[in-house]
Design a protein around this ligand. Structure first.
Ligand SMILES: [Zn+2]
Length: 270
């Protein structure tokens, strides 16, 4: 037997294992964007019609990639259909417009409930006593590669893209945050100087929001963002996409770093 045959077969097998997924992905992205999906975008994503055409086309391409790579499951009797898949994918991919790199590389599964879902977990109270506590949630992001969403709230958020609240933008901002290895309000940035300006802008604004929350003052960003830096980044992302003018006017430093990070300016279409 030719001594080079076995190593040669191994190399061919490895090449195929690496090449086949890429080929399938390229084929999925190259496929035409179904007309029914365009209808879903037009009826469910409030801002879709206002996006400049290059961004619309880019969004469609990202949606095809997202739907090829991520697996959806329905919970509590919900049956996953194209409306659910495309409406979630479109909002998740809004965060990826104009940005290179993999599309949520750690994310594998999206679990969708019909409405708010209840989780029960041990939580410590102010005295340190740990009790099992049940809470109703609209969304949750896991670093292990899963996002959980309540469909009725997803749809409401997609059709109302101006109130500063959007559960998909929020949970997928957490996914971006966790790409750096820990969900701490600082996603992967281009370099050291970016981290410095990021930390300066976000820590100052985070402290301001904490004060607003403590004294129950009105604020542009939801007080939930005062919970911790990770929640602040997620809430700031919702505000950046849905209330960009108010953020640019009243929180210009924060708007600037988010604008640099997301590489888009939502003021162009809102
Ligand atoms: Zn959150």
């Amino acid at each position: 037997m030719n001594p080079w045959l076995f190593p040669g077969l191994v190399i061919v097998a490895i090449a195929l294992v690496l090449w086949i997924p890429r080929f399938r992905l390229q084929r999925a992205i190259a496929a035409p964007f179904p007309e029914e999906w365009v209808g879903i975008l037009e009826s469910n994503i409030q801002v879709y019609g206002n996006l400049p055409m290059p961004l619309r086309l880019q969004l469609r391409s990202l949606i095809k990639q997202f739907l090829h790579q991520k697996h959806y499951s329905g919970a509590a009797g919900l049956t996953i259909n194209d409306e659910i898949r495309v409406t979630i994918a479109a909002q998740a991919c809004m965060l990826q417009l104009n940005r290179r790199g993999d599309l949520y590389p750690k994310l594998k599964y999206i679990l969708v409930y019909p409405s708010a879902f209840v989780v029960s977990r041990p939580e410590a109270d102010e005295s340190g006593l740990v009790n099992q506590r049940s809470r109703g949630l609209l969304g949750e992001s896991w670093q292990s590669g899963k996002v959980i969403l309540a469909w009725d709230n997803v749809l409401h958020g997609a059709r109302n893209f101006v109130d500063g609240r959007n559960v998909v933008l929020h949970e997928f901002a957490h996914q971006l945050d966790s790409e750096s290895g820990s969900a701490d309000g600082a996603p992967l940035l281009a370099g050291k100087s970016c981290y410095r300006s990021w930390a300066a802008a976000l820590s100052q604004e985070f402290e301001e929001l904490q004060k607003d929350s403590r004294y129950d003052r009105r604020s542009l960003m939801d007080h939930y963002g005062a919970t911790n830096p990770a929640e602040f980044f997620a809430v700031a992302t919702e505000t950046f996409f849905e209330k960009p003018r108010q953020m640019a006017k009243n929180h210009s430093g924060l708007f600037r770093v988010l604008h640099e990070y997301y590489r888009i300016d939502p003021r162009d279409w809102l």
